[in-house]
Design a protein around this ligand. Structure first.
Ligand SMILES: NC(=O)c1ccc[n+]([C@@H]2O[C@H](COP(=O)([O-])OP(=O)(O)OC[C@H]3O[C@@H](n4cnc5c(N)ncnc54)[C@H](O)[C@@H]3O)[C@@H](O)[C@H]2O)c1
Length: 351
């Protein structure tokens, strides 16, 4: 059996990754280190609770003593590092915790891994030479795009928000541990994920939740910002592939080739909801006096609100490297993935 430390699994992507990984591989024990910030919820992992190959530890990735204890106690032989502060809006309001967790936390994990696995630079201890550190990062480190280009692994970093700057910084620290000490690292930079278990604050859960509650659905600016959407399980499969077969010291971009404006996202979700759970509302047919009940579309709830400060216009990933070198391909396109996603949130919000 191999024990690996997977951080931040009570959050969105980690909690999709753990059941997938435990199910696929019987030779791994997973230790999940998660601080359970507002973004982490153990309910996301109920299906793993009884699994003897899964262990949860509540704690901070910045707590060096704790991280050292975990490495020793569980003889950790690999790290997949999800834990982070992840919401751009929060990073604009309160950047300090982003630097603390995303930069210092990543440094702490890496430094403990280096010292536990290696005697000195470029020299792994006996039986530890297969240990690898996989850092989960984002396409936001590349900044914003014009209408035509795509982010490749060679695109220069140009982070614009405190969130993306903290992730870019952590990527650089990972790189430095590879180049200076020879720690076996891989980094994946992924586009926007969507799917089950995402926190209520994020775009797609917000749209569904507000629509079902009959509240205004807030869309930033003109709604024309473009993101490249990937179903979360396809991201998990890409991480699995890179962790096991990616080349040491390499970066892999992961993206679904599914560019959509925020307006297209909200329109699609509203249309699907119109079919699945038609909205009934009182229409003011006679002056302001509500006299008739009729079906009205969810799109009427869309409201444009003041744009996010420094809102990047477009992100889009060129996934050629992971597709050609490792044979990864997204199984889900947006049309199929969004239906599964909406069905999951309908169960969550409607009980
Ligand atoms: N969500 C996306 O679309 C997306 C896209 C690309 C990359 N990423 C990256 O993937 C990773 C996971 O993202 P997510 O959307 O699942 O995030 P999330 O915010 O849903 O979950 C983050 C988890 O980390 C935990 N955590 C936060 N600070 C911690 C600390 N100091 N110590 C231990 N645990 C801590 C939280 O409790 C939570 O469970 C992040 O590194 C993020 O940058 C996310």
């Amino acid at each position: 059996m191999t024990n690996i430390l997977v951080t931040g699994c009570a959050g969105f992507i980690g909690s999709n990754f753990v059941p997938y990984f435990l199910d696929k591989y019987e030779n791994y024990n997973i230790v999940n280190l998660d601080l359970l910030t507002y973004a982490g919820d153990l309910k996301n992992l109920t299906e793993c609770e009884e699994n003897p190959r899964y262990k949860f530890i509540k704690g901070d990735i910045c707590n060096r003593e704790l991280v050292e204890f975990i490495f020793k106690e569980y003889d950790i032989q690999g790290v997949i590092h999800f834990a982070a502060e992840s919401h751009v809006d929060n990073s604009i309001k309160n950047p300090a915790v982003f630097i603390q967790t995303n930069v210092n936390g990543t440094f702490t994990l890496l430094d403990v891994a280096y010292k536990y696995w290696m005697d000195k630079p470029f020299s792994y201890k006996k039986d530890y030479d297969r240990c690898r550190f996989h850092h989960i990062s984002t396409d936001e480190v590349y900044g914003t795009l014009n209408e035509a280009d795509l982010f490749t692994e060679e695109t220069p970093y140009a982070p614009n928000s405190p969130y993306s700057a903290s992730k870019a910084s952590s990527d650089m620290i990972v790189r430095s541990y590879q180049e200076t000490y020879g720690v076996n690292t891989v980094i994946t930079n992924c586009s926007n994920n969507y799917g089950p278990k995402q926190h209520d604050e994020k775009l797609i859960p917000t749209i569904i939740r507000k629509a079902l509650a009959g509240e205004q659905i807030p869309i930033y600016g003109d709604g024309k910002n473009i993101r490249d959407w990937l179903y979360v399980l396809d991201h998990c499969k890409g991480i699995d592939l890179v962790y096991h077969t990616g080349k040491e010291a390499n970066v892999y971009n992961i993206g679904g080739r599914n560019e959509r404006t925020n307006l297209q996202i909200v329109d699609t979700i509203c249309s699907i909801l119109d079919e699945k759970v038609p909205r009934k509302s009182y229409l003011p047919l006679n002056g302001d006096i509500p006299v008739a009940k009729a079906e009205v579309g969810y799109k009427e709830l869309i409201t444009f609100v003041e744009d996010r400060a420094g809102h990047d216009r477009r992100y889009a990933i060129d996934a050629t490297k992971i597709e050609n070198e490792l044979g990864w391909k997204a199984d889900e396109d947006f049309e199929s993935g969004i239906v599964k996603t909406i069905e999951w949130y309908l169960r969550k919000y409607n009980g």
